[in-house]
Design a protein around this ligand. Sequence first.
Ligand SMILES: Cc1cc2nc3c(=O)[nH]c(=O)nc-3n(C[C@H](O)[C@H](O)[C@H](O)COP(=O)(O)O)c2cc1C
Length: 356
Amino acid sequence: MWTLSSLPIVQAPMAGSQGPDLCIAVCEAGGLGSIPCAMLTPEILRAQIAQIRAETRAPFNVNFFAHRPPAPDAAREAAWLERLGGYYRDAGLDPATIPKGPGRAPYDEAMCAVVEETKPAVVSFHFGLPNEGLLARTKATGAKILSSATTVSEARWLDARGVDAVIAQGREAGGHRGMFLTDDIDAQPGLFALLPQIVDAVKAPVIAAGGIADGRGIAAAFALGASAAQIGTAYLLSPQASTAPLHRAALKTARDDDTRLTNLYTGRPARGLMTRFMREQGPFNAAAPAFPLATGAVSPLRSHAEARGSSDFSPLWSGEAGALAREGDAGELTQKWWKQAREIIGGATHMPARPI
Ligand SMILES: Cc1cc2nc3c(=O)[nH]c(=O)nc-3n(C[C@H](O)[C@H](O)[C@H](O)COP(=O)(O)O)c2cc1C
């Protein structure tokens, strides 16, 4: 039995594409809404949690990154900027004036203090888990802990550290790969192969993520042993998401073969719709600065192009099922998908889900 929300659907946290509105709409519909915190300050997180609590009594998930920040490498960053020099010249921009790009910070003392103070029902992590001290403090708040695994080894690693559920993130998923024990992008399994292998390997309940965009995908995830489905891209066209207009436009014409994994935008592999920048410099480029430092170099080019109506340098995060995304109220979508899944599954008694 899934007890974290009435419906076993988790709205994937999506940094940069949503705030409290999407979380609230999904919570009110019975799903587990999430807020992504990697790009928030503690003050903004506090304010967002207050806004959610003012509008729903349902439990929600607060999501953090758990990467180890890289040592800055001035030579590598300078070489990367040099490589992008032609774009800067074409845009009439001076690389010397680069403002720091939007940062993506890992879970730290200050964020943990907000969690201790506000006690959200669920805390999820991407890129592993925070250090033992921070993890113990977070668990002590009573929060259920979730984290993404992209391989069976990662799932076992999370299970051994006592997570309450493992999110099996298939290769199809939009946004950043949660990978943390491997950097072999070619060896990342798709969800149909990954999910049952993780279910067999761990004790914890498993949440399926990647390419699920309607009730059919949810039903398939349950058939493979999932306890819930985490859905991201399929919410991006809802009015409650803050998806940028150029991103929305690209998603509306997305095709099954449009996405690629790229490290150009942040330094870590993430799946998004193909852009000019990805075509010309990647989609993978070993010279890109380490996560999250690659963000700075592309930010001015992105702002310049977007102001002129072009997404040439924008990260258009999308999973492989982007073409299945539909415009529609996020709460109605949640309930529609669950109804469709139930019709396929034939009722709760057929679900082999583990309790959480
Ligand atoms: C626009 C976008 C932003 C994302 N940002 C985050 C994030 O901040 N934290 C996180 O844990 N996962 C993030 N993800 C990954 C999702 O948690 C999830 O794995 C993915 O959306 C599932 O695949 P789907 O997009 O095909 O549904 C993001 C995904 C997208 C599409």
